[in-house]
Design a protein. Structure first.
Ligand code: SAM
Length: 460
């Protein structure tokens, strides 16, 4: 589970700031430099050569020198530095490299370079590409489906390893990446983190459609760059017009996700057999012409699960109306709303109690002290009173000093220092879209009818 050249990595600066980067040994645009490309961030500069080959999760210190002037270092030296600069992520782990520790491979820095050093003392974490990381760092070309929505949607449409998924429109590819992982049982770049790469994979596929030419091209390029070819097949098409067959063949879909402005216009194409005109709503391009053979894009042997994603309730109403006419069942609409739990400090209450004339008991002093220690991790008040205090908060306080301690606590307004409590934030409106779910059962065939009849006759 390490990063490698020509593969996507996520340079994680902080929770809401991540830079997706394809790591390069050399910068093709910059002949003669062995340094390769550099990620320049507000936390400093990170040459790609120092990031290649590191375990995922490594914490990496910013380059100590001006990357422009260290461009002619040889590769072996970079490797040495790379080992020194990286440490696996984890509690209490700090990089081994001391800031002032001289790296033999680093050229002597000039005054200007030293200034760069001072400004570049930050670090990043190098993360593997996952759909979640990609969603929070991808270049937005459209509104995207975020992780809370797509995890729920993928679960409800039964996407799992081996599933054939239809997705339209692809937009910025956020849902595309998430569904690729769900269908493929593993994800390029995640090899080793869950062992999936070494196990036998069940191959599903994402059949993706996008009618906007540039968006289609950009996503096609990302799919190649991210090693998702063969897992995602993207077709440039208006699905309301042209439906979901690819090169005249059926994707055999079992799960469908439509993120379109008018999903009801695409639904007639997602039938098991030619749909009646009366069920096709207002779409003039519905596949109702019976001079051409109708090929269903669906798997005939399994129920098909669909989700449509629409911001307005009017879109939901039109979608549901057409779903009903086309024989979809178990139709439901869901709106996801998130709740944040907030952790804050709350006043201790000891001084409040005093203000209200309440009796302070020895136990309440002990309790207040214990909380104070939690807050500060030290017993400064005791030291100010000339007391030596053990750092174990369970230790009992000398009863003779309670008076003094209580006074000092009240004086210091410890109630302002507080204790930790958690509560939910007032309802935050996070409406993204309404999700409509439905199931298209397997069609009852002549063969089913014959078998059922035979069974019934035997039983009678
Ligand atoms: N789900 C995407 C994501 O997570 O990044 C975002 C989809 S974006 C909101 C909707 C996309 O549907 C747009 O890129 C648009 O070009 C495409 N689209 C709209 N109508 C379409 C149609 N009839 N056929 C194919 N694509 C269509």
């Amino acid at each position: 589970p390490v990063s490698s050249a020509d593969k996507l990595s996520i340079v994680h600066l902080k929770r809401d700031l991540q830079i997706p980067t394809i790591l390069k040994e050399h910068d093709e645009d910059d002949e003669g430099y062995t340094e390769g490309k550099v990620v320049n961030t507000r936390f400093g500069s990170f040459p790609h050569t120092t990031l290649i080959g590191l375990p995922w999760g490594s914490q990496v210190r910013a380059s100590k020198v001006d990357t422009g002037s260290r461009g002619r270092r040889v590769k072996g030296q970079d490797k040495k530095r790379k080992r020194e600069e990286s440490v696996p992520e984890g509690p209490n782990k700090t990089p081994k490299l001391e800031d002032d520790e001289a790296d033999a491979s680093t050229p002597t820095t000039t005054k200007e370079e030293s200034e760069v050093v001072a400004a570049s003392s930050g670090f990043i974490h190098l993360l593997p590409p996952t759909p979640e990381n990609w969603t929070s760092s991808l270049p937005h070309r459209t509104q995207v489906v975020y992780t809370p929505d797509y995890s729920y949607i993928l679960h409800r449409i039964r996407a799992r390893p081996g599933t054939q998924i239809i997705e339209a429109g692809a937009g910025s590819g956020s849902f595309t990446h998430a569904s690729a992982r769900a269908a493929f049982s593993g994800y390029p770049g995640s090899e080793g983190t869950n062992g999936s790469a070494t196990k036998k994979r069940k191959l599903g596929k994402v059949w993706s459609f996008e009618f906007h030419e540039q968006r289609h091209e950009k996503l096609q390029k990302e799919i190649q760059d991210h090693g998702l070819e063969g897992i995602v097949q993207i077709t440039h098409r208006d699905v309301c017009e042209g439906g979901f067959l690819v090169d005249g063949q059926s994707p055999g879909a079992e799960s469908i996700f439509l993120d379109l402005p008018a999903p009801w216009l695409a639904l007639p194409h997602l039938s098991r057999s030619r749909p009646p005109k009366s069920a096709c709503g207002s779409n003039p391009a519905s596949p109702t012409d019976d001079t051409t053979p109708f090929i269903s894009p669906l798997n005939p042997t399994t129920p098909v699960h669909i989700c449509t994603f629409s911001p307005c309730i009017e879109q939901v109403q039109r979608t549901i109306s057409v779903l009903r006419k086309l024989g979809w069942v178990d139709i439901q609409m869901v709106e996801l709303s998130q709740k944040r739990f907030e952790i804050r400090r709350e006043r201790i209450g000891i001084a409040n109690g005093t203000e209200r004339g309440l009796q302070l008991t020895p136990a309440s002093v002990d309790e207040a002290l214990a909380r104070l220690m939690e807050v500060e991790g030290t017993f400064k008040a005791f030291h100010e009173n000339g007391e030596k205090v053990e750092s174990n908060k369970k230790d009992k306080v000398n009863p003779n000093n309670r008076e003094k301690i209580m006074e000092s606590l009240v004086e210091r307004k410890v109630y302002k220092e507080g204790r930790l409590v958690h509560r939910t934030e007032p309802e935050v409106k996070t409406h993204t879209s309404y999700l409509v779910f439905a199931i298209l059962p397997i069609e009852w065939s002549e063969e089913d009818e014959r078998k059922a009849r035979e069974k019934w006759e035997v039983e009678m």
